[in-house]
Design a protein. Structure first.
Lengths: 1007, 257
């Protein structure tokens, strides 16, 4: 029995959070076992149509991550599995996993889908929310990873048809369930959530009325790959609805059913579904959203909410409908609700229930197996200062299992959990993974092109339409083709062996595979030719499936001709292919963190825990940042104590060098190789080398100009009120709080996220100090999302009065002889109210750090129009910048609570570790190249490059463009714009493209 | 006018009763019980043929084969039994009386005259009267139903089910289990229904694009059910969206390759 730590992590749950955590760990040199109870990874995100606030197609942005996970040499996927036992302790766990039989040999199944076409048994398709059927042998969706079929043993009648039809001989009816024992050092829980069962809200008639659907069903209805092909249809009669109602908070904010919490994402997805529905429906669709508060608290979410109203004409009604009835003749629905204090009944064609998130069904079992605590709602117990840590050391949590949340927060938290999981086993980095050795590359520069063509039948996906042998014979006759053959599945393991053999046997120096899409399969084949000693850029792929056999399914003769043309075109290109070198760059394993608040300190500490040196630069004379102004927490923890401990840990850590009274004034270089200048207040300067940069510059509080702030001592911000409360200086009998001061205005349309929580915190504290004090909160929407809803309820129960106001009727504050007066409209009694409060507390907006602009210019990274930093992708890359090697976290990104900043800071550390953990980085080889002789120095390319990969350099008095190889992603935009044709893009040269064009068109002219 | 039913008898070569075989054309004229078509084994009678026979106007179809265990081809008779089971389920759906189809066993050496069997069947058919598909002016609705049923039994799915019934309910399936007959029959009912409806939707939408509501009205089935089938038919490439009129999508059958 060894006590050594194990450099591997078990990730439980393969949704987007689990996937992100797995990728970060695997990219940082750790072995990952990714366990999912479903037969494929992807989770709920795979079922969504579009994502807010960018309206990106969910599957399109998820699929590359799915593919990367499926192909990653350090990730071992265990699907259809569950954790059944855990022993050991942090650093050295032994996990037992039960894997349900698929009845399919995963090694052999190529996912061709022939079996499913012929299976005579149908079952309800749960992936499509039971809106359609699938066969008893199936994959959840066409892009599923792993793309391995599975037999639904409940439904299968055992007729044996699939076995007879499977050309890969992958069916194994006698396959048994198995148990796998895994040795891991840490565990990440990402089991996601269970959608609320809408039948429990029987007043809405879900399950009885066919045109009442859940929001997840509606996602499938909207999806182009869903049951209705993207048309919005009523399931009662197949008609397109003209009037849809969305009901928010179904199964959330509902004490009656025990879910008092807010599910945090539904307001936004409800708005999104309404917008997308309007886009999908050819007629003028009317959408109404029934809500309690619109909780558009995330980054630029209010922009989206405003667009929904103004651009899409979506109607918002602040009311929770009491019930729904159905007209049995038309299946139309009647909604009963209250508006303006009067009962209303309104007819709709369709109703969508925005269902909330519940803990996963197996949460309790999982907790028992792991020995972790759950909270009162059966989500994973965490605490505000350790948001990704479960109650057992070495076990971490992310995504909706920690608390209901949306995708970007799940992704950020996943990276955060990965950082924590890495820290436990940092000493074992690289020990559980196997490096790969390649033979030396053959020099083919003196050889004539000798092309080998491998044409795939893809079971019958291609071969059933295209005459593959004919294509092979045709290919053999093409110039420079010295070998061609057909494969049942070119992607199968044994064919890789054949390809390597043929390369040697026929001395091939170019290889072409004519099969499916390069997006999923090119890396595999490139790897294969590299293993055979060829430069991977001597490989090229032709898609004769998606672009040929699938689109010309009913025209086999024409499809065969087209396949030949496609092959001919790529042969023409292949003759010109040149080997390309992938630039290798060294990495300085040192981090630079800008900002010494809780985010910056956390990021620095997490990097240090992983063994990397860090420079932590803080402008002030003390570490601590914004958290210094926070005296107590909504959740009751002591922030001062936490901050002191954190500062102490940072100060004591030998890997962290703290630079106080200092600013980063210059950052040059690129990922892995930055040179940065730190300038101290006293004018001293220091140059440091660093491999990554983390921006954690925080934000500041808006100084109100509204409501007599600054002119009357009774008017103060929430922070100032908090300080009074903390110091025991609070004295008042009557307090009015005004929300959204400086936020959600014309100038700053977006929500500051944290002010509702601050107001609740202070209101509760006041009631704590003296229950007799009257507290009024004037709000637009109370945005106490997630478990914070509990505090809203508590405040209301303790007598805090919440009164809604709108922009048309803002409260008015006056002062007479030093006495404050406030008048506001009371919408329930429909009267102006006048109060003379002792204190008016303004929930002032959180605004970007004024220094952001300078830092953004220095790092060449973008800001949002609000002035916060703009990440690489709002959904899936929340802490990355578009420029490699630069990351962001905390309030520099957008306003957020401390726990969220901590999660994000850990996330930035994990993302940074994927770079710092490598001695060298291998970059893309197919990149742009500048011929300096031709370059006129016009800078057009520099401005166009989205990755800041072009810099202008002066040499001998001439300014020319230079490609920073480490940053170039090979898109080719620079070359296509270059006025002097000085820029060539490797692997897609003009000559190569024109050769393809010529080969495609010329023969056609003859015919 | 006396109704003289047209009955087609598919008779197995080895159970062909002597009285049928020896009857000369002359004798038959006075005793036109049925028109006999010889097949080598009754198990050979494809359900498609039976339904086509009805579609062409037969008033009744009698299948005659060897009783168990004396099937000349070991168990063609059992195959026939399974097929007749499916056919009767389908006939029920078409609106034709399922009793217009009968399967009987006979020995070539049988002493008891086979004619009583034929008489009995004939009397039953007389009671039903002429087939609504007979006589050149067939009932369009029933003809469409019979065509749908015919396409259903021609389709892979039902053929796998009927073809494998013995194997699954008596021998062993691939998991070494036997599926109880009742369970199998329930499943079969479901599938016969589904396939009939889908093929009928397919035939209806072959002529012109139709909406879910139009199909539902034509078939007297709930629109929700029709939509459900259209979803699955799209997956199986039997049908496609043709165009949308105002708020109503119309679907058109794809020709199955």
């Amino acid at each position: 029995m060894t006590e050594a730590k194990v450099g591997a992590t078990l990730v439980v749950g393969g949704g987007v959070a689990g996937i992100q955590a797995a990728l970060d760990l695997a990219d940082s040199g750790f072995k990952v076992y990714l366990l999912d109870k479903s037969p494929s990874i992807g989770g709920v995100m795979a079922r969504l149509d579009k994502t807010f606030p960018t309206n990106d197609c969910s599957m399109c942005i998820l699929a590359p991550k799915l593919v990367a996970t499926g192909r990653h040499p350090n990730i071992n996927l265990i699907t259809s599995g569950e954790l059944i036992e855990l022993t050991g302790k942090a650093g050295n766990f032994e996990a037992k996993v039960r894997k349900r039989s698929r009845y399919i040999n995963e090694e052999k199944c190529n996912g061709c889908g022939l079996c499913a076409q012929k299976c005579p048994v149908e079952a309800v398709d749960t992936f499509n929310e039971s809106l359609s059927n699938r066969s008893a042998i199936y994959v959840d969706y066409p892009q599923a990873v792993p793309l391995k079929f599975i037999i639904d043993r409940e439904k299968c009648i055992g007729c044996g048809t699939c076995q007879e039809i499977c050309k890969a001989k992958a069916i194994e009816y006698d396959q048994q369930d198995s148990e796998i024992a895994l040795k891991v050092g840490s565990i990440i829980l990402a089991p996601g959530f269970e959608p609320f069962d809408a039948t429990l809200k029987s007043e809405y008639g879900y399950g009885r009325f066919p045109n009442v659907v859940t929001s997840i069903e509606f996602e499938r209805i909207l999806s182009a790959s869903g049951p209705y092909g993207g048309l919005v249809l009523r399931s009662s009669d197949g008609e397109i609805p003209k009037k849809i109602a969305f009901i928010q908070c179904v199964g959330s904010r509902d004490a009656q059913i025990g879910n008092n919490y807010c599910s945090a994402a539904c307001c936004m997805y409800g708005i999104k579904e309404a917008i997308i529905a309007k886009e999908h429906v050819p007629i003028n669709l009317s959408c109404t959203i029934f809500y309690m508060d619109i909780r558009a608290y995330g980054k630029e979410f209010d922009d989206y909410y405003i667009r929904a109203q103004e651009e899409y004409d979506i109607r918002f009604v602040r009311s929770r409908p009491a019930r729904i009835t159905e007209d049995p003749r038309t299946n139309n629905l009647y909604l009963y609700y209250i508006e303006d204090e009067g009962p209303r009944t309104e007819e709709f064609d369709m109703v969508v229930l925005s269902i909330g998130m519940q803990p996963p069904k197996n949460a309790q079992t999982l907790a028992n197996v792991l020995g972790i605590q759950l909270n009162r709602y059966n989500f994973c117990q965490t605490s505000v200062f350790s948001p990704v840590e479960a109650s057992k050391p070495g076990v971490f949590v992310c995504g909706a299992f920690a608390a209901p949340k949306d995708i970007p927060e799940s992704v950020a938290q996943a990276s955060g959990a990965a950082a924590k999981a890495m820290a436990v086993i940092a000493s074992e980095r690289g020990k559980e993974i196997v490096g790969k050795e390649y033979p030396p590359e053959r020099d083919v520069s003196q050889e004539e092109p000798r092309i080998g063509v491998f044409v795939c039948h893809c079971g019958i996906n291609i071969g059933g339409v295209v005459n593959v042998p004919e294509v092979v014979e045709y290919a053999k006759k093409l110039p420079n083709v010295v070998y061609a053959e057909a494969n049942l599945y070119t992607c199968s393991q044994d064919t890789q062996g054949i390809i390597r053999e043929k390369i040697n046997e026929h001395c091939l120096n170019r290889v072409i595979v004519a099969s499916c899409t390069p997006r999923t399969h090119e890396p595999l084949f490139k790897e294969t030719v590299r293993e055979a000693g060829l430069n991977p850029y001597l490989f090229e792929m032709v898609n004769i499936r998606d672009q040929c056999s699938w689109v010309h399914m009913h025209e086999p003769i024409e499809a065969t001709e087209k396949a030949k043309e496609l092959v001919r075109s790529v042969v023409a290109k292949a003759r010109l292919l040149k080997p390309l070198k992938k630039p290798i760059i060294n990495v300085t394993p040192i981090g630079l963190v800008i900002g010494g608040g809780v985010s910056g300190m956390t990021a620095a500490l997490e990097l240090a825990k992983q063994g990397f040196e860090v420079h932590l630069v803080e402008r002030e004379k003390k570490l601590g940042g914004h958290l210094r102004q926070i005296h107590y927490m909504l959740e009751g923890k002591n922030p001062t104590e936490y901050l002191d401990k954190l500062i102490n840990k940072v100060a004591k850590n030998r890997k962290i060098r703290i630079h106080l009274n200092a600013e980063v004034t210059e950052v040059n270089g690129f990922v892995g190789n930055f040179r940065s200048r730190i300038t101290y207040n006293n004018g001293e300067e220091k140059e440091v080398e660093n491999g990554i940069v983390i921006v954690a510059t925080g934000a500041t509080e808006y100084k109100p100009v509204e409501y007599l702030y600054g002119n009357s001592p009774g008017v103060m911000t929430q922070h100032e009120l908090e300080e009074k409360l903390a110091k025991g200086e609070f004295k008042a009998e009557n307090v009015v709080m005004i929300q959204c001061v400086g936020a959600r205005t014309e100038e700053r349309p977006n929500c500051s996220r944290i002010c509702c929580g601050q107001a609740l915190k202070n209101a509760l504290k006041i009631k704590d100090v003296n229950p007799e004090v009257e507290v009024y909160v004037l709000y637009k929407d109370v945005r106490s999302y997630g478990f914070k809803e509990d505090y809203y309820r508590e405040a209301a129960a303790k007598g805090v009065l919440f009164i809604n106001y709108t922009d048309d009727r803002k409260p008015k504050v006056t002062s007479e002889n030093g006495n404050l007066k406030i008048t506001f409209w009371e919408p329930i009694i429909k009267e102006e109210m006048k109060l003379e409060p002792d204190i008016i507390a303004l929930s002032a907006a959180t605004i970007p750090n004024p220094d952001n602009k300078r830092i953004a210019e220095m790092l060449k990274v973008p800001l949002t129009k609000d002035g916060f930093f703009l990440e690489a992708h709002m959904k899936l890359r929340p802490v990355d910048f578009q420029t490699d090697g630069i990351f962001l976290c905390g309030m520099a990104h957008s306003p957020k609570f401390v726990d969220e900043s901590i999660s994000q800071a850990c996330a930035a550390a994990a993302r940074a570790a994927t770079i710092l953990s490598k001695k060298t980085l291998e970059m893309e080889g197919a990149i742009a190249h500048v011929d300096e002789d031709f370059c006129g120095g016009c800078r057009i390319c520099e401005n166009l490059c989205p990755y800041s990969a072009i810099e202008m350099k002066e040499k001998d008095g001439k300014v020319t463009a230079h490609i920073i190889e480490a940053l170039c992603k090979g898109c080719g935009v620079c070359g296509a714009a270059c006025p002097t044709k000085a820029i060539t893009l490797g692997h897609f040269t003009n000559e190569e493209i024109m050769a393809q064009v010529k080969a495609t068109l010329l023969e056609e002219l003859k015919a | 006018m006396v109704f003289r039913p047209k009955i087609i008898g598919f008779v197995c070569n080895w159970s062909m009763p002597k009285e049928v075989e020896i009857s000369s054309p002359r004798e038959m004229r006075g005793y036109p019980k049925m028109h006999v078509l010889r097949v080598m084994c009754i198990g050979r009678v494809d359900p498609v043929i039976v339904l086509d026979t009805f579609a062409k106007g037969a008033d009744g179809v009698l299948l005659v084969g060897c009783p168990t265990p004396d099937c000349h081809y070991v168990e063609g008779n059992i195959q026939a039994e399974n097929k007749v089971k499916v056919l009767k389920k389908l006939l029920m759906l078409t609106g034709l009386e399922p009793e217009r189809l009968r399967l009987e066993w006979a020995y070539a050496t049988e002493v008891e005259p086979f004619s009583t069997v034929v008489d009995d069947f004939r009397n039953q058919i007389i009671k039903f009267g002429q087939s609504p598909l007979a006589g050149g002016q067939s009932d369009e609705r029933i003809l469409l139903n019979v065509s749908a049923a015919k396409n259903a039994v021609a389709d892979f799915r039902l053929r796998v089910f009927t073809g494998r019934e013995e194997e699954l309910t008596e021998a062993m399936n691939v998991y070494g289990e036997i599926i109880p007959q009742g369970e199998f029959d329930n499943l079969l009912d479901e599938i016969v229904n589904e396939e009939f409806l889908r093929h009928k939707i397919h035939l209806l939408t072959r002529q012109e694009p139709l909406s879910v509501k139009e199909i539902a009205a034509n078939m007297n089935v709930k629109p929700a059910m029709i939509l459900r089938h259209i979803v699955d038919m799209r997956r199986k490439r039997m049908i496609a969206l043709d165009h949308v009129e105002e708020a109503t999508p119309l679907y058109k059958a794809l020709e199955v390759q």
